[in-house]
Design a protein around this ligand. Structure first.
Ligand SMILES: Cc1ncc(COP(=O)(O)O)c(C=O)c1O
Length: 374
């Protein structure tokens, strides 16, 4: 009998139902005590007191670009191998995207491709920790410092990953998290932006709600403080935050399960010549939101993917190279060999908290059979 092993699964502990019911019936469901408590607990988890919650990872990125001062006339070096959420807000800011190449072995930005793309107009470098494996932040920071550029990390895949022994969320100017449905931690939808200073944190919490301080006064007549710059409506609410508070309690265990399953897969799939296993960056510790393998070529990947699916093992590419969308056609370039290679050969197989040891053994056994068959 075939099993059915999904590529993603929502982690929703039953213990969320009690607190959630209370908040829903409390008469107050917008941003309030629960949002503030979740923000504080999340800051403590990451180890950075300057983290502002928002209502999605996409909002976190938009806010980070705004805080970084990115706008018309600027150039931003970014990776095409990501979710559209990384790059569309750069475009809507009015800045121009300059595509960097990626390391064909990791899917992360190729730090060697950065310097040659920097011009006097360059404002920032945007990196994505593909699959939860940290980018070489040491190299990126060095280049950014030399050219006075901001660094924005898209850490949507990388909650619980570490670089230089510290959780992602402590290294660059801006680090953006997503709490979307299938991430390590979900609030259904939600996100956060980690910044470096209390001043930037204050600006972030103003910008996430129309540029105004939501709790500036309790006086019903002098209701609101002044507004100095236009903001957004991207704050978190107490319903999502209540889910987040409960989720956070499970995070150390959930992240450890992703890592443990990845270790089993790395051991069990070693030595299969058709399969290139994921590599972890030096000084990095991946949280393995994805387990990305590489196969000999595109046709082979198609056959391999179908054969695994026939055996009940879900798989997929998850993100499509952004530079191929017509939306970005004016910025197209032909010198992205790492993207060409990675994008045509990579495939993600299940690795998350929902796999038992026996599921992992089933995946390994079936992959060994499939490479012999196809
Ligand atoms: C790399 C990456 N960045 C950003 C996002 C956007 O996050 P959200 O869906 O919370 O807006 C996602 C996925 O959803 C993602 O995978």
């Amino acid at each position: 009998m075939n099993r059915k092993i999904p590529l993603f699964k929502v982690h929703m502990p039953k213990t969320v139902l009690g607190p959630l019911g209370k908040v829903l019936m409390s008469g107050y469901i917008s941003e309030g005590d629960k949002s503030h408590e979740f923000e504080k607990n999340f800051q403590e988890f990451i180890g950075n007191p300057n983290v502002a919650l928002v209502n999605s990872g996409t909002s976190a990125l938009s806010l980070a670009y705004r805080l970084a001062g990115i706008g018309p006339g600027d150039e931003v070096i970014s990776t095409p191998m990501t979710c559209l959420a990384t790059n569309e807000p750069i475009m809507t800011s009015g800045a121009k995207i300059i595509w960097a190449d990626i390391d064909k072995n990791t899917g992360n930005i190729d730090t060697k491709s950065l310097e040659g793309r920097i011009t006097p107009k360059t404002k920032a470098i945007v990196v994505v920790h593909w699959a939860g494996n940290p980018v070489d932040l040491g190299a990126v920071t060095k280049i950014a410092k030399k050219h006075n550029l901001k660094v924005i990390e898209d850490a949507a895949h990388a909650l619980g990953a570490k670089y230089d022994g510290k959780y992602i969320g402590n290294h660059s100017d801006y680090v953006c998290f997503s709490f979307q449905a299938i991430k390590h931690l979900t609030t259904v939808d939600g996100g956060a932006v980690a910044v470096k200073t209390p001043e930037e944190y204050q600006r972030a919490i103003l910008l996430r709600w129309y540029g105004n301080a939501r709790s500036s006064t309790s006086d019903p007549i002098k209701w609101s403080g002044d507004v100095l710059e236009p903001g957004y409506k991207m704050h978190m609410n107490d319903v999502n935050a209540t889910i987040g508070l409960e989720q956070l309690k499970y995070m150390p265990k959930i992240i450890a399960m992703y890592k443990k399953n990845a270790a089993y897969l790395l051991e069990g799939l070693e030595g299969i010549k058709e399969i290139t296993l994921p590599q972890t960056t030096v000084n990095g510790e991946s949280s393995f939101w994805l387990f990305t393998i590489k196969l000999p070529g595109e046709d082979y990947r198609q056959r391999f993917s179908e054969a695994l699916r026939a055996r009940g093992i879900a798989n997929g590419i998850v993100h499509s190279r952004n530079d191929a969308y017509s939306l970005f056609k004016s910025w197209k370039r032909s010198d992205l060999p790492g993207v060409d290679d990675f994008c045509s050969r990579m495939l993600n197989i299940p690795c998350g908290w929902w796999l038992s040891k026996s599921d992992v053994s089933y995946i390994i056994k079936n992959i060994k059979e499939v490479v012999k068959e196809i």
